[in-house]
Design a protein around this ligand. Sequence first.
Ligand code: PMP
Length: 394
Amino acid sequence: MTHGKGRSLLMIPGPIEFEPAVLQALGEPTTSHVSAGFIETFGHVLEQMRDVWFSPSGQPFVVAGSGTLAMDMAGANLIEPGDHALVVITGVFGERFAQLLERYGAKVTAIRAPLGQAVETAEIETALSEASYKLMTLTHVDTSTGVRSDAQAFGKMGRKHGVLTVLDGVCSVAGEEIRQDEWGIDVVLTASQKAIGVPPGLALLVASPRAIDAFANRKAPVPNYYADWEKWLPVMAAYEKRTPSYFGTPPVNLISALAVSLDQIVDEGMEARFARHHRLGRAFQTGVDALGLRHVPSVERNRAVTLSAVYLPDSAESAALRSEMARSGIVIAGGLHPEIREKTIRIGHMGAVGPTDVLGTLAALERALLGLGCAMDPGAGTLAGQKALTQDMS
Ligand code: PMP
């Protein structure tokens, strides 16, 4: 259902709402992928990624595909059959990483957090001191639970124990704070459709010199033709040197849109961007608290600022609540984690999101709950959200 202006507000945890200038770039006439203009755009994108990832030493990759391809590139290029990998799991996307690494022949040890919790750093540390691993993965923000893990401690532990670290930042890069080089993380990967602010279709990752060395020293060939870094490294190097190159045709318009979005992100400033996400995310969550609803992440420290995963009152069903909200022109997501699928909703607040979106969503949530007959105080969530947003203003 659409709203007054013929469209709804998309408040799911990806794809998100996109800036008009980004969408305009998608509608521009497509040029050759080896035209001078596009070579400059692609080269610029690779340089901007180093700034957004805080990884001056990193090797960026931009490839057509979704976030799962970015995960696949890390697995295909860094795992050889028989390698030991430690996978830290806080939801569905950690499980996906374990399956993916096994597909490439890894012997996977998984550490699973109880639902709604992060794995304690000490537990990871113990696992690392008890056995030897080539690589470990962490989902920075697991979109199925809204749980955020400590990426800084993860990078530090990887360096201390000589283990390659791969951070699934699909629901965090450009929204949650990440400093790849300083924190010592070897691969930080994401997809275009979340806080990076570009429609779905791009797999993005930055690999450290250590990760590239590990790839270069492989004995077994990469068993995935499309994902093989050997194919993509010369292409990325060529674009950065502003020379033509080809392996697979790059999605010209999506990469032009990415250039627009990365420029906007760099213009906003990373510190300001992290602060905005924090302010808006926490304001939304304060509103949820005031409605008497419970968050899936059990403690605030482990709660993402890019999305909220929220339990509904027992009497409300996720699908019914979502159609009530759609009547207000606001699209939110249902549960994703199999154990809590029907009992939860998920709301994205990242990228081109502002205070009005957050307050409008809280207000629509209040009306939807009332519409389903849930006892609550209309306005309580919106008021708490507004107070949180304005607390530094007076
Ligand atoms: N990891 C996380 C944390 C995600 O949220 C998602 C997508 N929701 C993925 C990986 C997979 O990305 P995609 O759907 O773009 O393949």
